[in-house]
Design a protein around this ligand. Structure first.
Ligand SMILES: [Zn+2]
Length: 243
C-alpha cells in the first residue's frame, strides 16, 4: 500500500496524529523524504513521533551503516516536523561489553546525538522484548545503554507490549516513569487491546500518576484488522478521557 493510502486509512479511522515508522520506507527510497512530507501534508495528519530505522550492529564494521540509518531517520523527522525520535540500543547484546560500549559511543555520542541536537529533535530509547538482539529489555539492560549514551536528556519510549512480554512493567515504571515521553501501546505480540484488561488499567493509572501527557501510540501487528483497530481506538478514546 502506498504511503498516501496508508495515511488516508489512518485518517479514515478517525486518528489525528501518527507515529511514522521508518520501516515503512523501502531502502531504495530512504533519501526520498519529500514524498513522505507531501503525503503527510496532504493527509491532514500530524506526526508526533518518528521511529528510527535501526540496525543491530553485530560487528564494529557496521557502525557506519547504523549511523546512516539514524541520520537518515533524523532527516525524515525534520522533513515531517517531528519533535521526538524513538531509538533502539542498536548494538547486539552478543558483543563483548567493551566493544558494545565503543559502538554505542561512536554511533550515539559522536554522530546521532549531536545531529539530533542540531535539528532540535529529542531522542527516546525504547525498552525491547526478549526476542530482540538489542540490549534493553529491562532496567539493567537500559542502564547498560544509558550509562554510555545518556547525558541527562535522553527520553524513554515505553513499549507496553514489550514490558508485558518481559514482565518488567513495574520495574521499568519505578525507574523511568517520570522520563517517559512516548508510549507504544499494544497487548502481547502487538495485538490491539479491545477490552479494558486489568493490566492495561493499572498501567494507565500509573502513567497518570506521573502526569504523563505524551502520545499513546497504537503500535500494532501488521495483521490487525480495520475492525480491531477501530475497536481499540474507541477503547482508548474512552479510557483517555480522564487524562
Ligand atoms: Zn515499540
Amino acid at each position: 500500500m502506498s504511503i498516501a493510502k496508508n495515511f488516508a486509512a489512518v485518517k479514515h479511522l478517525g486518528f489525528e496524529n501518527i507515529e511514522f515508522n521508518m520501516k515503512s520506507i523501502k531502502k531504495e527510497h530512504d533519501t526520498d523524504i519529500y514524498r513522505e512530507q507531501i503525503a503527510l501534508a496532504a493527509s491532514g495528519l500530524k506526526c508526533l513521533t518518528l521511529h528510527s530505522a535501526t540496525l543491530h550492529v553485530k560487528d564494529a564494521i557496521e557502525i557506519h551503516q547504523a549511523v546512516y540509518y539514524g541520520k537518515i531517520s533524523l532527516e525524515c523527522a525534520r522533513a515531517l516536523h517531528v519533535p521526538l525520535m524513538t531509538i533502539h540500543s542498536n548494538v547486539s547484546k552478543k558483543l563483548p561489553s567493551n566493544i558494545r560500549e565503543k559502538c554505542l559511543d561512536e554511533i550515539f555520542n559522536v554522530e546521532i546525538k549531536p545531529f539530533a541536537k542540531k535539528l532540535g529533535i529529542k531522542l527516546a530509547l525504547e525498552n525491547l522484548s526478549f526476542t530482540s538482539t538489542g540490549f534493553a529489555k529491562n532496567v539493567e539492560g537500559l542502564e547498560d545503554v544509558l550509562s554510555v549514551i545518556d547525558d541527562g536528556d535522553m527520553g524513554i519510549t515505553f513499549d507496553f507490549c514489550h514490558a508485558l512480554e518481559t514482565k518488567e512493567t513495574d520495574h521499568l515504571l519505578d525507574k523511568y516513569g517520570g522520563r517517559v515521553c512516548n508510549v507504544h501501546m499494544a497487548d502481547k505480540a502487538h495485538k490491539p487491546f479491545t477490552e479494558p484488561k486489568p493490566e492495561l488499567l493499572a498501567f494507565l493509572a500509573r502513567l497518570q500518576k506521573y502526569e504523563y501527557k505524551g502520545p499513546i501510540t497504537l503500535e500494532l501487528a501488521h495483521d490487525s484488522s480495520m475492525e480491531e483497530i477501530a475497536k481499540s481506538k474507541a477503547l482508548f478514546d474512552k479510557l483517555l478521557k480522564s487524562f
